[in-house]
Design a protein around this ligand. Structure first.
Ligand code: SAM
Length: 286
């Protein structure tokens, strides 16, 4: 679809997640040149702008007024104004407001231009040493324990790296829930205070990281990105069975007739009973 000629552009501008040196020259130019800057928190953004000597009018655009604001912003763009959207830190729309606005602007056939820059989860993934060829970004897990644990059980078998954002007052509870739902041996990376003075990237198992946070309260402070190693695939042995399926079958064939043993093992492990029957015969040396 053609974009309206004479209409203004909406710029989605990434801002620093700590280190002000991460505001790109292009982001600065755009913020200086637009007619108005839509900001999640105008007081927060005015501090950033005054640091860079940028003086542009601000418009509050946050979770609670975004839908209403979108109509207003669409009208202003149609009238030829150019507008930048920023959030408090990092890339707008990434666990931040902006989705409804971008959707409305694109629906109105108006131009939306990204001005890329800092994003905490991308920065964390890039230094984590976790598999990064495929990953899943969860954003914030539910704040309440029961909801959080339920979501963790849904993600427990996910085979690739998954990433969550977490605040300092929930990090310890979140690790406790991970120990329960994923097991203490699951590998994690905690990326804390990225680009700031106390930047720390810790790798280890859930249990090891629980111990570090319990011993050192400084490690519980600040903003966190948590990267969870995907579930390991069970090792498949020569007979086509995982170690676990083999062990289950081994116990059952000692106690039960082969057909029954393979059927029960199949229910317990999800492996086809035909394959288990064959493996059971091999175990017995038939
Ligand atoms: N839009 C932002 C982005 O692009 O990353 C994220 C905004 S979200 C409301 C804020 C969360 O991002 C924090 O609670 C924390 O989990 C993560 N975060 C933001 N800055 C961070 C930093 N410097 N170090 C580690 N995590 C950070």
């Amino acid at each position: 679809m053609s974009e309206n000629s004479g209409a203004g552009t909406l710029y989605i501008v990434a801002t620093p997640i700590g280190n002000l040196g991460d505001l790109s020259p292009r982001a600065k130019d755009v913020l200086m040149s637009v007619d108005v800057i839509a900001a999640e928190d105008t007081r927060h953004t005015s501090r950033l702008l005054s640091h860079f000597g940028i003086k542009r009018p601000l418009l509050a655009c946050h979770d609670y007024n975004e839908r209403g604001r979108s109509e207003q912003i669409v009208r202003r763009l149609q009238d030829g104004e150019s507008i930048a959207l920023v959030s408090d830190a990092g890339t707008p729309l990434i666990s931040d407001p902006g989705y409804h606005l971008v959707n409305a602007v694109r629906e109105a056939d108006l131009k939306v231009v990204p001005i890329p820059g800092a994003c905490a989860m991308v920065a964390a993934l890039s230094v984590s040493g976790m598999p990064s060829d495929r990953f899943f970004f969860e954003g914030f897990l539910p704040a309440k324990g029961a909801g959080r644990r339920k979501r963790m059980t849904e993600l427990a078998d996910f085979p690739h790296t998954w990433i969550v954002y977490e605040s300092p007052h929930r990090i310890v509870d979140m690790l406790d829930d991970m120990a329960q739902e994923l097991g203490g041996d699951r590998r994690l990376v905690l990326a804390r205070e990225l680009t700031k003075t106390f930047e720390t990237v810790l790798s280890g198992t859930v249990s090891e990281l629980q111990d570090i946070l319990a011993e050192d309260e400084n490690q519980r402070r600040g903003e966190f990105v948590v990267l969870v190693h995907g579930a390991e695939k069970p090792e498949i042995l020569d007979d086509g069975l995982s170690e676990e399926a083999r062990r289950t079958l081994g116990v059952l064939v000692r106690e039960l007739p082969m057909k029954q043993a393979s059927q029960i093992a199949s229910k317990l492990t999800g492996v086809k009973s035909k394959l288990l029957y064959k493996a059971g015969l091999a175990m017995k040396g038939d």
